[in-house]
Design a protein around this ligand. Structure first.
Ligand code: BDR
Ligand code: CA
Length: 329
């Protein structure tokens, strides 16, 4: 099977999605559901971010059922390690899913401590098995996991996270939301010695859906298309996206990078984050100076650019394929 970075995968890629759904997290889950022949989704864990932990966890349960994803959903940390949480209802709406109202699932949580759940899951893997972590929210759960249980590191192949930026921010002039929410957790993750791909704003701002595409999804009269269109429609009209006329679907990027690396332009770097209390709190620092460092130190990749057209094609195709697989067409 063709998969990550042009490599032919004989086995599915084992992933854990750690998320705060959230409109774009919800589309990331749809993208993962559409690609289940490539991804073996071991768990969906939640973290307070776009909305409260109760709301994002409710959304994760409802979304997984709606997308036909039979995976454990586990509740995680309600907010950052050292601070009170900030939420983003202005972008994601009161429920976290914009205008979309999903049928309430009768599913129950597989656990209410994502950190402990991930530890058990990772340590329970076979000798040769490794997992790719996909955080699309603040890095609180992953930071705590690595700090409390460093023995899991050998079971993590890499961490592909949505967050940060080499240049500029969205929540402040310098910082991106997921990293700004919990820079202390990000610091732990960046210094864990695990290979990392930073899917930050430099690339994700180009990974958009247009007003027309969103309207077509909403008006498609089909289950997945309408739900995704209604989610992104809110996000488009109520967040800073409204000034651009397009909506950035940030959280799909780490998953798409695993399957279609050709969409993105990566650059090798060492990652760090500003945890000071000043105006640059939460800014990611990407050290691209390869001439200063040994090759093995440069264990981060930063996605610097993306092909918007290809992103749209792959995402919209995945949404329609999911629709077809669910309706048995
Ligand atoms: C990130 O912040 C959240 O609001 C989105 O879900 C995404 O993960 C973009 O900065
Ligand atoms: Ca998110």
């Amino acid at each position: 099977m063709y998969g990550s970075r042009g490599i032919i995968y004989m086995e599915k890629i084992k992933i854990i999605i750690d998320c705060d759904p959230g409109v774009d997290d919800a589309l990331a889950l749809a993208y993962a559901a559409a690609n289940q022949e490539i991804f073996d989704i071991l768990a969906v864990t939640t973290v307070g971010g776009n909305q409260t932990i109760e709301k994002v966890t409710r959304n994760a349960l409802d979304l997984t059922e709606f997308y036909g994803l039979d995976v454990p959903v586990v509740k995680g940390m309600d907010g950052p390690i050292t601070r009170e949480p900030l939420y983003a209802p202005e972008s994601h709406g009161a429920s976290g899913l914009g205008y979309c109202v999903l049928p309430e699932s009768s599913r129950t949580l597989a656990g209410d401590n994502a950190v402990l759940y991930m530890r058990e899951l990772l340590l329970g893997l076979g000798e040769e098995e490794k997992v790719v972590l996909i955080p699309t929210g603040p890095l609180t759960n992953i930071g705590l996991l690595l700090k409390l249980f460093p023995e899991v590191k050998s079971r993590i192949k890499e961490i592909l996270f949505m967050g940060g930026a080499a240049c500029g921010g969205n929540v402040t002039p310098a910082a991106e939301f997921n990293i700004y929410e919990d820079p202390e957790a990000a610091k732990i993750v960046f210094h864990a010695g695990i290979p990392m791909v930073m899917c930050g704003l430099d690339a994700t701002m180009k990974c958009t859906l247009t007003r027309n595409q969103v309207a077509k999804l909403s008006q498609s009269g089909r289950k997945i298309g309408k739900a995704c269109g209604d989610m992104v429609g809110y996000y488009l009209e109520n967040s800073t996206n409204k000034y651009r006329g397009v909506a950035s679907i940030h959280d799909v990027v780490p998953l798409m990078y695993l399957i279609h690396p050709e969409v993105f332009t990566p650059k090798r770097a060492i990652l760090d984050v500003d945890c000071s209390e000043g105006v640059s709190r939460g800014t990611t620092i990407c050290d691209f100076r390869w001439w200063k460092h040994d090759e093995e130190e440069m264990n981060g990749l930063v996605l610097m650019d993306a092909d918007s057209n290809l992103f749209q094609e792959y995402l919209i195709t995945a949404l329609y394929e999911l629709e077809e697989s669910l309706s048995g067409e």
